[in-house]
Ligand binder design. Sequence first.
Ligand SMILES: NC(=O)c1ccc[n+]([C@@H]2O[C@H](COP(=O)([O-])OP(=O)(O)OC[C@H]3O[C@@H](n4cnc5c(N)ncnc54)[C@H](OP(=O)(O)O)[C@@H]3O)[C@@H](O)[C@H]2O)c1
Length: 247
Amino acid sequence: MTAPTGGDGSGHPALAGRTVWITGASRGIGAATARNLAAAGARVALTARGREPLEAIAGEVGGTAVPGDVTDPAEVERIGARVRSLFDGAPDLLVASAGVFDIASIEETSPEILARNLDVNLRGSFLAVRSVLPGMRERGSGLVIQIGSISGRKAFPGNAAYSASKFGLRGFHEVLLEELRGSGIRATLVEPAATDTPIWDPLDPDGDPNLPPRSAMMSPDDVAEAVRFVATRPPGIQIPFLPLERG
Ligand SMILES: NC(=O)c1ccc[n+]([C@@H]2O[C@H](COP(=O)([O-])OP(=O)(O)OC[C@H]3O[C@@H](n4cnc5c(N)ncnc54)[C@H](OP(=O)(O)O)[C@@H]3O)[C@@H](O)[C@H]2O)c1
């Protein structure tokens, strides 16, 4: 089967000229994904709250910064509308990577910590997916990639709030897969193990024997490469789940 071509021959043929909206794109996995997909010829719209780092990445990859908070439904509606006007319709691909990570025992997990993890990791992803679906359905094509986690399948002590959000995200994704059957829209949950990004900075993994050292983690480029792999499968081929770990 031949992959679709859409551009000038530069980059990956299946991605040249394709439109991509990435949340959590100002650093870590989202930023690495923006670099990877833009280098393959995709047109990228990038979202995160912090305007400056977002604009720096957008400038670097030739994309467009659409800053905002994915936990706010009105803001996601506004961002979604801006992305649609930028791309003349729903993006070909959504990569929902915005996320937060807290480690605390259950007794030390405040209601605020629980709410923060659920808000960004579950509700934020839900809102972004919800905003692209109508346009993708109308067109009869699209790809939704959500960044889950190994913590959405496996329990780690101290991960109560994070795991609740990522198990919840997997539940949401499984319903999404069922609702998308026959629609022409594909969906993938990429589930990385520990990845060396700024999300670990407040936790100092190299100074805590209970955490994986950074040298044992995957790089954000590894995860971005997996996203590109998913995004370049031939039409009609769906990868429902993609767990990633260091071998
Ligand atoms: N790193 C890992 O070990 C690992 C492993 C498995 C899964 N993951 C998942 O991978 C995803 C990306 O994580 P990462 O490691 O790349 O984290 P990161 O380096 O901390 O980046 C997180 C990104 O999300 C954005 N963000 C956070 N809250 C947001 C909000 N309310 N609205 C919009 N954007 C928001 C951040 O920008 P602003 O703060 O400026 O908004 C930033 O761009 C997350 O879903 C995470 O759970 C990470």
